[in-house]
Ligand binder design. Sequence first.
Ligand code: IMP
Ligand code: MG
Length: 166
Amino acid sequence: MIKEVDIKNKVSEIGARINDEYRDKKPVLIGVLKGAFMFLADLLREIEIPVEVDFLSIHSYDGTESSGVVRITHDLSLNIEARHVILVEDIIDTGRTVNYILENLRTRRPESLAVCSLLNKESRRVVDVPLAYVGFTIPSAFVVGYGLDYSNRYRNLKYIGVLDDK
Ligand code: IMP
Ligand code: MG
């Protein structure tokens, strides 16, 4: 669905915007594991302003359909109070997962909280989520690669592909 070169160009575009919009703000990028690790790693290399990185790990109780019932299995190590936070996600589908994470992070009183997602399945949205940075808006197919998995496989692909039912 999305070629390696197109991902690369988009990531550098988003990085340039963050360099511009977060100058002097020393943002904290928070990657949501595992799916966002590759996007975050590439995005970080495009960032030329002072920046910090942290991760949180979540477990959602679902198969392919998100229930929004999410548990944080590994929390941040940084204190984000009064910090400018950018939450980095691989994909927003129904919006339930990121909505849960945002509600949780807001209780820690960051100065600002923005969402940056590589992929956006807009037509599937159930919960409205403000997205500051979006790489690609895609149709509702199940996609894998570039960090995204199906049963923990295919994360290693350099491109985004549509999972074949067979
Ligand atoms: P949401 O809560 O429905 O927005 O689902 C978001 C989470 O579901 C993402 O963080 C992914 O882990 C997973 N997800 C949703 N769609 C896909 C897909 O097409 N491929 C791989 N994972 C997906
Ligand atoms: Mg995931």
